[in-house]
Design a protein around this ligand. Structure first.
Ligand SMILES: *Cc1c(COP(=O)(O)O)cnc(C)c1O
Length: 404
């Protein structure tokens, strides 16, 4: 099928929930992807923070093939070796003692909300089911997670929404303290992203996160950190919370965990995890052998190839290049921010035009609203590839300036 055929059939038969770019990708290798006509693109979006090892990493491909020869699925009625090994690896390398596996970021956050509420009722009292989350956050598309998401546009037309959520602005401690006071005994958890991804690559202040942790400890409520986008090395550390020298009570993973195979995980400290007992939560596919075998290949490859260090180093190099653009185009570039390879470039205008122009020149990135360009490249990008992106952006920004 050519691109046109793929697009026509999609527009006819697939539910219209996405405004797609007119691009049908059929193949990828490393940092490159190709459309159905063989046009090559440099992938600086990585399937929205999923393909952190690049496309078709040989170790991930081999693990998937090997697991497919054994079996793909058996259900959580039985013990599953790759699931046990993955949980062992994740708990050994994180603040958590136990893992619940599911299939997506929204499901991981849904599980976190359920666990926090069960923990709240068992430990704080019958009313303790309220969660304070952040404006401009993103936690997924189930009914509970759009309600945890502090952006009205994701909630419109879906009322009645589940009760028990309220919002504050990140980095405003006074507002959080007032909301905590207001919720009193109803509160069971505070939920946030250490770096808001969909919200525009907004990095939380170090002092703020440390204060939130201290408040949670003083009050005896839980801190839930959504690491669906920032986790698995994206920020140059395995989990973003490590940059802030704090530990969450619950955190969630998905996007990059399976190297492209759908998998989500909700992780918690033992004291909190105890609030789930057999029968309180479940998932048919969660932690299935295929997804866990792929995720194990991802984590072992990251370790063996030093990809965390590489992500941190390339992130610095990339942001340095973008800061250079800021100096050259002070009227267009407002801010460069991020950590590791979750990078935002805030413009005064025209982000959508810039991202379309990049695509026309064979580079895939993303725009959030009309102000922020978001980059989520694989950790295996080279300095030459970063240079190319910076040069292309420079040319586009030059063009915008000369038109005014
Ligand atoms: C993408 C994302 C989600 C939702 O993940 P899905 O797999 O699409 O359900 C939740 N939280 C954050 C921070 C995300 O970036």
């Amino acid at each position: 099928m050519n691109s046109r055929g793929i697009m026509e059939l999609t527009n006819e038969a697939v539910m219209q929930t996405y405004s797609r770019l007119p691009l049908a990708l059929v193949k990828g290798q490393g940092t490159r992807v190709w459309d159905a006509e063989g046009k090559e693109y440099l992938d600086f979006l990585g399937g929205i923070a999923v393909n952190s090892l690049g496309h078709c990493h040989p170790r991930v491909v081999a693990a998937i093939k090997k697991q497919a020869d054994n079996f793909l699925h058996c259900s959580n009625l039985y013990y599953i070796q790759p699931q046990a090994e993955l949980a062992g690896w994740l708990t050994e390398h994180s603040a958590a003692d136990r893992v619940f596996f599911c299939n997506s970021g929204a499901e991981a956050n849904e599980a976190a909300i359920k666990l926090a509420r069960r923990w709240g009722k068992a430990n704080r009292g019958p009313d303790a089911g309220h969660i304070i989350s952040m404006r401009n956050s993103f936690h997924g598309r189930t009914l509970a997670t759009i309600t945890a998401t502090g952006q009205a546009k994701y909630q419109e037309g879906l009322e009645p929404l589940p009760a028990g959520f309220s919002y504050v602005t990140i980095n405003d401690l006074d507002e959080l303290e007032a909301e905590i006071e207001r919720q009193g005994d109803r509160l069971c958890a505070i939920m946030l992203e250490a770096i808001q991804g969909e919200g525009g690559v907004n990095v939380a202040d170090r002092g703020y996160l440390q204060s939130v942790r201290r408040l949670c400890d003083e009050l005896g409520v839980l801190l839930i950190i959504d690491e669906v986008q920032t986790g698995m090395g994206r920020t140059g550390k395995l989990f973003a919370y490590e940059h802030f020298d704090i530990e969450p009570d619950i955190f969630t993973l998905a996007k990059a965990l399976g190297g492209g195979v759908p998998i989500g995980a909700m992780l918690a400290k033992e004291e909190v995890a105890k609030a789930f007992s057999p029968g309180t939560h479940a998932s048919t596919f969660g932690g299935n052998p295929l997804a866990c075998a792929a995720a194990l290949a991802v984590v072992h490859t990251m370790e063996d190839e030093g990809l965390l260090e590489r992500c941190a180093k390339m992130g610095e190099y990339f942001m340095e290049g973008l800061r250079g653009l800021g100096k050259k185009h002070p009227s267009l570039v407002r801010d460069v921010r991020g950590k590791g390879l979750i990078v935002g470039l805030e413009l005064s205008r025209g982000a959508k035009d810039v991202f379309l122009a990049c695509q026309a020149q064979g580079i895939l990135i993303n725009a959030i609203g009309d102000k922020v360009l978001r980059f989520l490249p694989p950790f295996i990008i080279s300095e030459e590839e970063v240079d190319r992106v910076v040069v292309v952006l420079d040319g586009i920004l030059n063009g915008m300036e000369s038109r005014n």
